[in-house]
Design a protein around this ligand. Structure first.
Ligand code: GCB
Length: 615
């Protein structure tokens, strides 16, 4: 079984056939697809684009809100030159579950909507003929997987998704699908760590994984690795699966000043013929926390930027390279240097751009919605059920296993990006009861084990995880606060009291924080892109500006606040509800990526702040 999560690239020894395009598509309203043989092909279908969410393609509400199984189909021809290769269909992501069939036969299933997986179709393909690739997907939410939610049923029997999170449950084949034709003896993974020396040289420690997918293949091969600079000159090379590359006068990867080397990994046989080749880009840099600061290459860096979403008009959460480009242009224009992939790992193209542009990424798992209190409050009030804390539910062991799988896959996929500086393991979980602690210990330990670079770990604390009652913050290498003083708490004219309450909380953290740095992973106010009002009212652009001014004056009073990530980069789609007007409007940019007036407040601030602010 081919279990690599390497980004799919073509090379001297690897072939790629992109399968993106219009695919056949069908909702399985009665869950009859398997019984009716849809795995062998769809009839009475729609055509939809891959990649894309399906929700906003149609004009009727039942399609947008569809919850259950839905099917996709495409066809491809594999040339007979590929007969001796491993053939693998690589899905960038399918939200949230997928079962893959090739020519009617089931080949694999996958759970988790935000990370890649492979369907190994070796031995199941008809060469030089049409092959049918069918995917049964499912977007039901549950408390046993992340993101958390549940699947409810309307009075007319229709299922719908009840998300425990504040973004639309966009679903579909969200990222690119590629057929890969790989050598039987393949490079399946590699990892790097870095040492920067005083004489400006650097050591790149590497470790390459090789797998032999043909039992008759003698494992007689050698691994050769070399590093090329921007001009294509070889600056270091080494032999062996594990080794060290010494780079003299190393060009370091820096914030908004990226330098990338090309790493070329070759497998060669005894005669020196190439068996496999994998080519990637890496950045030489170190990242650590010391004395309460984030140090990139030993120098302090103050984080400024955003929590984001993968969200755009019509395509929903589907990969859109134009939106990615526009987002980076907006992030550069405003003077930011960092973002969190709230609330799930993003498409790999986003990280590859960050590597090139020198942005810092806090990479987040899809662990959102682990919070029972609100639902419990309603249940408790109606006397319908005893209050059960989130992490003592009977679903917890299964949830933990799935969560750990997601952490492992996220780190496996993203560990070589210089842009990725930290892991965020959960967003706004319930932390005020002791039962959360073993769960948190397990996920924090899992991340430490998996990451060769031992990046710092954190999770985003909801407002009721306070210095008085949070049982889990001490596990963080740095603490991330989501705070809405002046919006959900004491908003509008009462913002004066909000500031006082905010400072009171910060004073308490100051007493117990040790030397851990803190950052804000969320602060924000909903704002209509059209509304101006003097004097301000909540939802007006003027209020958003005042809200940011107040929050920044608090941040600036505490030297151990080492970063500010605004919520949110852009307005984004959520489910329907009385506190959301066609989505969450806390964007600094509109959903169309045009600036609201707060964008100028932030631009002014961030362009003025030195990179090592509060050093
Ligand atoms: C939060 C959540 C985020 C929401 C945001 C809001 O704390 O982490 O997913 O969108 O608040 O705007 O309410």
């Amino acid at each position: 079984m081919y279990k690599s999560l390497l980004y799919p690239v073509a090379s001297a020894c690897r072939r790629l056939l992109p399968l993106d395009g219009m695919w056949k598509f069908k909702f399985d309203k009665k869950s009859e697809g398997n019984k009716e043989g849809w795995n062998t092909g769809l009839s009475d279908y729609d055509l939809v684009p891959v990649p894309s969410s399906f929700a906003d393609l149609f004009t009727d509400k039942d399609s947008r809100e569809f919850c259950g199984d839905f099917w996709y189909e495409t066809e491809f021809v594999a040339p007979s030159e590929w007969k001796d290769r491993e053939l693998v269909v690589r899905f960038g992501s399918v939200t949230h579950r997928a079962t893959v069939y090739i020519n009617g036969e089931e080949v694999t299933s996958h759970v988790g909507g935000f990370l890649p997986f492979n369907a190994d179709i070796t031995g199941k393909v008809k060469f030089d003929e049409m092959n049918k690739l069918v995917v049964k997907a499912n977007n039901e939410l549950s408390e046993k997987m992340i993101p958390c939610g549940k699947t409810s049923v309307r009075s007319d029997g229709t299922k719908y998704a009840q998300a425990y999170f504040d973004f639309f449950n966009y679903s579909g084949i969200h990222r690119s699908v590629k057929l890969m034709a790989l050598p039987k003896l393949s490079i399946t993974d590699y990892e790097t760590t870095y040492e920067i020396k005083d004489d400006r040289s650097a050591i790149v420690n590497y470790n390459v994984c090789v797998e032999d997918f043909a039992s008759d293949n003698s494992a007689n091969y050698e691994v050769k690795v070399c590093l090329k600079d921007k001009e294509g000159n070889v600056v270091a090379s080494s032999d062996g699966e594990k080794g060290k590359l010494k780079v003299e006068n190393a060009n370091l990867w820096n914030v908004r000043a990226a330098y990338l080397y090309t790493i070329v990994i070759d497998l060669v046989d005894k005669e020196g013929n190439k068996i496999d080749e994998y080519v990637d880009k890496i950045g030489i840099r170190t990242f650590e926390i010391k004395d309460g600061h984030f140090l990139l290459n030993g120098k302090p860096v103050y984080l400024r930027g955003f929590g984001k979403h993968e969200d755009s008009d019509i395509r929903g959460r589907g990969l859109d390279l134009a939106t990615i480009k526009r987002d980076y242009e907006c992030m550069k224009w405003i003077g930011s240097n960092c973002f969190r992939t709230s609330h799930y790992p993003y498409a790999e193209e986003m990280y590859r751009m960050a590597d090139e542009e020198g942005f810092l990424i806090i990479d987040e798992t899809p662990a959102v919605g682990m919070f029972e209190s609100l639902m419990n409050a309603v249940d408790a009030a109606s006397g319908s059920k005893a209050v059960v804390h989130w992490f003592e539910k009977e679903t917890t062991p299964e949830l933990l296993e799935h969560h750990k799988e997601c952490i492992k896959d996220m780190i496996k996929r993203d560990k070589n990006h210089p842009s990725v500086i930290a892991w965020s393991l959960l967003n706004e979980p319930e932390t005020i009861y002791e039962c959360a602690v073993p769960y948190f210990e397990a996920v924090f330990e899992c991340a430490r084990q998996e990451d060769p670079q031992k990046r710092p770990r954190t999770f985003a604390l909801v407002i009721n995880s306070t210095p008085d009652n949070c049982k889990c913050w001490h596990l963080c290498d740095f603490v991330s606060l989501n705070r809405y003083y002046g919006w959900y708490v004491m908003g509008g004219y009462n913002i004066v009291s909000a500031e006082q309450a905010f400072r009171a909380e910060m004073d308490k953290w100051a007493k117990i924080r040790g030397d851990k740095p803190f950052i804000f992973t969320e602060y924000g106010a909903d704002t209509s892109g059209e509304l101006h009002k003097l004097p301000s009212v909540m939802w007006s652009q003027e209020y958003q500006d005042e809200y940011y001014d107040m929050n920044h004056s608090v941040f600036d009073s505490y030297p151990w606040v080492q970063g500010e990530l605004v919520w949110n980069f852009a307005d984004f789609q959520t489910g329907e509800g009385i506190i959301r007007m066609n989505g969450n409007k806390k964007g600094i940019f509109t959903r169309n990526r045009q600036p609201k007036s707060a964008a100028y407040v932030l631009k002014h601030r961030w362009e003025e702040l030195p990179l090592d602010y509060k050093k």
